[in-house]
Design a protein around this ligand. Sequence first.
Ligand code: CA
Ligand code: CA
Length: 234
Amino acid sequence: MLSRKILLSAVVAAFAMAPSIASAATNLLANGDFSGGFSGFTTDYNQVSGPDSMVPEGNITIATNPVDVHHFWVDLPSATGPMLIANGAGNSSLTIWQEDAINVVSGGSYNFSAGVMNVCCNLSFGGANSPSSIIFQISTDGSTWTDLTSYTTIPADAGVMNTIGTAYIAGATGTVSLRAINDIDAASGNDFALDNLSFASAVPEPGTWAMLFLGFGAIGLMMRRRQSRGMAVI
Ligand SMILES: [Ca+2]
Ligand SMILES: [Ca+2]
């Protein structure tokens, strides 16, 4: 029957859409793309701004093009938005970025993802170029931290944003903290940017499911109307 085929097609289409709906889930981080400047997170680094502001090690800024804040760093003229950019600190225990009070529910599945870029250096730099080892961690109590995912930058890959990610299942309802640290304390090189940090539910939110079921309801109503008009082809 054609009407059943239509319904089946609608169901298949709806479930095919589900992954894209899930990936569009709301980012639970307040300022993961850094469009809000120095807001929504804390840092142990020194917050600075302006041309050549990134010396010494341990300075951090929010800028769109790395060369604008350090003359040796990569020039990305087509970069489109602000990133968190840092000169890796000499003390690797310092937190680069941290956000607290992120609400999770027991058993909930979440996806974490982040972009990490080596920003050292442009061709005018002739010094040693250490990579950075960026580790993202999660904590349920703010004192004990568990590694989520990590990335060691590649000096030859300067200027390329690498996206890393992992899944997380919450053990209990409450809040978690996320942070990034750098396991390398070298001074020369060891310069990096973070952007597009995201921590989001891996399943569609209740509102999304409601929209989906409203859609099914509308399809059902259309079919009933067609049948009542004798238009259904059986
Ligand atoms: Ca950004
Ligand atoms: Ca450095």
